[in-house]
Every structure is written in C-alpha cells, then in structure tokens.
Design a protein around this ligand. Structure first.
Ligand code: HEC
Ligand code: HEC
Length: 415
C-alpha cells in the first residue's frame, strides 16, 4: 500500500529520541554562525579564511524565503546566496589562484576575492514576440594576478533543499530506465546519468546533487559546502584553508580552527553526522498542484524531463510516493544556457532537471529567481530559455493558444 510521505522523514521515521536529538543538533549547526579562530569556543570557530557566508542557513534560508534576482535597470550587487563557480577550460579543475569559487568575504586583513554585480538584459526570442533576459556578470577580482586567463566562470543560484533526502532515495533503476543517452526512441530527448567520482566510496557513482549532478552523495555535498562556502574542515575535507587556491600563500599561512576536541578538524565527525542527518530530513514541500490542466504538462512534453512522481522504497520496506517533477538526469539545454564550464563529466550546456516541487513557495506573486543563475523571473521566461533537448517542448508551448499557455503556467506555478 502506498502511504503519504510524512512531514519529516527520509530516515523513516526519526522516531526515537536519539535520532530526534541528532536532528536538533544538526539544525543548530545548519543555522550556526561560524566565527574566526581562535575564539573561546572550539566548536564554533574555523570560519574562512575565505568564505561566502557564515552559515548554511545564510544562503539556503535566504534562498527559500527571499527570491531576489538581479536588477533589470542597472548592475546591482549580487545577493550572497549566489556562487560564482570557477573552472579550467575542458577540465574539472579549480583556478590555481582563486580555487573552485569566488569568496566575497575573508579573514580580517585578508582581501576577499572580489565583489560581484549582475544585470539582466532583455533579449528577443527568435520566432516569437516574447522577451527573455540574459544575466550579465561584472566581477572585479581584488587579488593580483587574479584568475588564470583560461578560467571559466559559472554563476549558480542556491537551490531549495526541501525534501532533498527523499530525492536521494530515488532508486537507481528508475533513473537508468529513464536515461536514453543515444536517444534510441527518437524523441529528441537524451537524458543521461552523470557518473562522478564518489569521494566517500572511492569509486564512480551516479551524480545526484548540484546543478550539474556533480556530487554523488548528500554527505559529500554537505561536507563540500562546509569546506568551500564557509571554510570549515572535516574528516572528508581536512584542509583548514578551505577554498584558498594553491598559489594564494597569504590565506594558506593564517591560523586555523583545527582542534583535538573536534577530532583534529574544525568540525568533528559527531557534528558533521548531525548536520548531514538534519539535511537529509528536511521535509518535502507540502504543496498540492492546482489547476485542472496537468494534461498540458504531459502534452507539452514537460513531463518527459520533469517526471511528476516516483515511488520511493523506505528503509522500513514501505513504498511512498513523492511528487518532485524531475528525472534526476542531465540534459543538453542548448547554447543559451551553456556556462562554458566542464564539471564532473557534465558538458557546459548540460544541466540536471531541477525538481519543480515547492516552486509555488519560491515565487512571490508569480515572480522569483529561476534557472541555474536566477536569470528567469517567471515560469514563462524559464520556458523561453529551454532549448537543446527541450526545444520541441518549447516549440509546442509557443504554438498553444494564450489560454492554454496561461493554464500550463498556472499549473506549474502551483507546484
Ligand atoms: C554561499 C551560499 C551557500 C552556502 C553558505 C551553502 N550553500 Fe549549499 N548550495 C549553494 C549553491 C549555490 C548550491 C548549488 C551548487 C552547484 O550546483 O554548483 C548549493 C547546493 C547544495 C546542496 C545540493 C542541492 C541540490 O539540489 O542538489 C546541498 C545538499 C547543500 N547545498 C547543503 C548545504 C549545507 C548543509 C550548507 C552548510 C554547510 C550549505 N549548503 C551552505 C549555496 C550555498
Ligand atoms: C529536455 C528536458 C526538459 C524539458 C522537456 C523541460 N524541461 Fe524544464 N528544465 C530542464 C532543465 C535541465 C532545467 C534547468 C536549466 C537551467 O537551470 O539552466 C529546467 C528548468 C525549468 C524551470 C526552472 C526551475 C528552477 O527551479 O529554476 C522551470 C520552471 C521549468 N523547467 C519548467 C518546464 C516546463 C513548463 C516545461 C514544458 C514546457 C519544461 N520545463 C520542459 C529540463 C527540461
């Protein structure tokens, strides 16, 4: 029998006191504002030397509650819940000076890696009278020599983490059954699994997390965030210098917060296990799709990638349905969405289908920051950027009547 997904439970259920306590500790760590070392509390220091935010919530909460986008009038400072990812051309390697991403904050006396500004410029859509906006980035690196000449930049918006632990439980055979890398069925859609190095298991595994499905497990993703975004070392990423590039000696020579009380790192295994468990148990969005035109979502071909539902086997043997609207696969979305960056086997134009569940909560009167870099303010604009494998779906949308288009948008906005 299929049961509804209870509010808080991919651990299914975190019913014993010990599990609930661990989740509460994890929440405190997710919200905690880290401080610079040395400080009076070993358990909270180690921030930086370079960092994007002082807590996980600083980005993930802000992203959930405040869908800010760039200004369409003039360049505006980029809200801190965006990241500028860096990479070498054609290889998944960090910039030797600035690392995997630009950090806008740093230890006192150390320069940050520069401030970012964005502007959204209007762009006509070929074959239609509609407009979409392209996001243009300004970045003045504060450091000299700055990034390598060949370094590629990719702007990323912070995703909503609701139900992330449930997405991790989507069975591998379901993902494989949907994949069609050679487009054998000739529908123009060739979604594929991204096989990535799993840093914990030490082997290749299915990439599931991140905009490019570049990370295999939730634990690795959480510890990577702790390391790169906040500058906190742990058992998997022991370097206390965080994302300080190998050629940046200034931040490599600062003190750090590693302590014996934290197993020799800035965050102990007990702490990171709690953080991972909390993240895994974040409840799925409790929204119910409205509008009677779910059929349009099928007919327009949206459902071919944004697969509505899965049956998830829970650890207690029960099967439950989640309605996440993703196939978890990488798709080539065409040159307009390409970021030029090669990441863990994903090509510059390939993106993992983002789940659409919870979209209604992320939109404020129909507006929010959508797509990987937040360039689309509305569902309509998001659709207009769909090209590559999604080109025929977009074409079907454009040839529908305005009434049908509005009904489809209304349905998507209600998810
Ligand atoms: C500076 C803002 C920022 C901070 C701080 C931050 N994140 Fe994130 N997070 C992001 C962005 C941006 C992504 C998408 C990264 C990508 O795909 O390139 C992300 C992705 C994730 C994902 C994968 C989501 C998905 O849909 O696949 C998880 C899980 C996550 N973060 C957890 C955390 C945890 C736990 C912390 C604290 C240790 C944290 N993050 C701190 C911005 C942030
Ligand atoms: C070929 C697969 C594919 C098809 C078909 C497709 N999408 Fe998408 N969709 C994606 C991918 C991949 C992204 C992420 C692209 C990016 O961020 O650059 C995306 C992003 C979105 C977003 C933004 C979500 C967010 O959280 O930022 C919305 C909304 C959306 N799609 C709706 C639709 C609708 C409506 C349709 C049908 C008209 C559709 N999609 C058809 C793959 C697809």
């Amino acid at each position: 029998m299929l049961q509804p997904v209870p509010a808080l439970s991919s651990d299914n259920p975190p019913d014993n006191l010990q599990a609930r306590l661990q989740i509460a500790v994890g929440k405190a760590l997710f919200d905690k504002l880290w401080v610079f070392a040395p400080s009076s509390t070993d358990a909270s220091d180690g921030l930086g030397p370079l960092y994007n935010a002082r807590s996980c919530a600083g980005c993930h909460q802000a992203a959930a509650n405040r869908p800010v986008s760039g200004s369409r009038q003039s360049p505006q400072p980029l809200p801190k819940h965006y990241l500028l990812r860096l990479g070498a051309q054609g290889k998944d390697q960090p910039d030797p000076y600035l690392g995997f991403q630009v950090q806008g904050f740093a230890y006192p006396d150390l320069a940050s890696e520069g401030q970012l500004r964005v502007q959204d410029l209007p762009e006509p859509v070929p074959g239609s009278d509609l407009l979409r906006h392209r996001r243009v980035l300004e970045w003045q690196p504060t450091h000299s020599p700055g990034p390598d000449k060949t370094t590629v930049r990719s702007l990323r918006r912070t995703p909503d983490l609701s139900g992330i632990g449930l997405l991790a439980l989507i069975p591998e055979p379901d993902l494989r059954a949907q994949a069609d890398p050679e487009d054998a069925n000739g529908d123009g859609i060739s979604g594929r699994i991204n096989r990535v190095p799993d840093a914990i298991q030490g082997r290749l595994a299915t990439g599931r997390f991140g905009w490019k499905a570049g990370t295999a497990s939730l634990e690795e993703q959480v510890l990577k965030a702790l390391h790169r975004d906040i500058g906190i070392s742990s058992w998997l990423f022991p370097d206390a210098d965080g994302d300080c590039g190998t050629r940046q000696p200034l931040c490599r020579n600062l003190g750090n917060g590693n302590s014996t009380a934290q197993d020799g790192f800035e965050a102990s295994r007990v702490a990171t296990d709690a953080l991972v468990r909390y993240t895994r148990n974040l409840p799925p969005p409790a929204t119910v799709a409205k509008g009677d035109r779910a059929d349009l979502f099928q007919h327009t071909g949206c459902a071919a990638c944004h697969r509505p539902a899965y049956r998830i086997p829970f650890p207690d043997g029960s099967l439950r349905e989640i309605q996440a609207y993703t196939d978890g696969l990488l798709h080539d979305m065409g040159p307009g969405l390409s970021d030029g960056l090669q990441e863990s086997g994903a090509l510059p134009s390939e993106w993992r289908t983002p789940p659409l569940w919870g979209l209604s909560r992320r939109l404020d009167q129909g507006k929010g920051a959508l797509l990987h870099d937040g360039r689309a303010l509305t569902v309509l604009e998001s659709i207009l950027w769909h090209e590559g494998e999604a080109a025929s779906s977009r074409q079907r949308f454009l040839t529908m009547s305005r009434d049908e288009q509005n009904s489809l948008i209304e349905f998507v906005e209600s998810l």
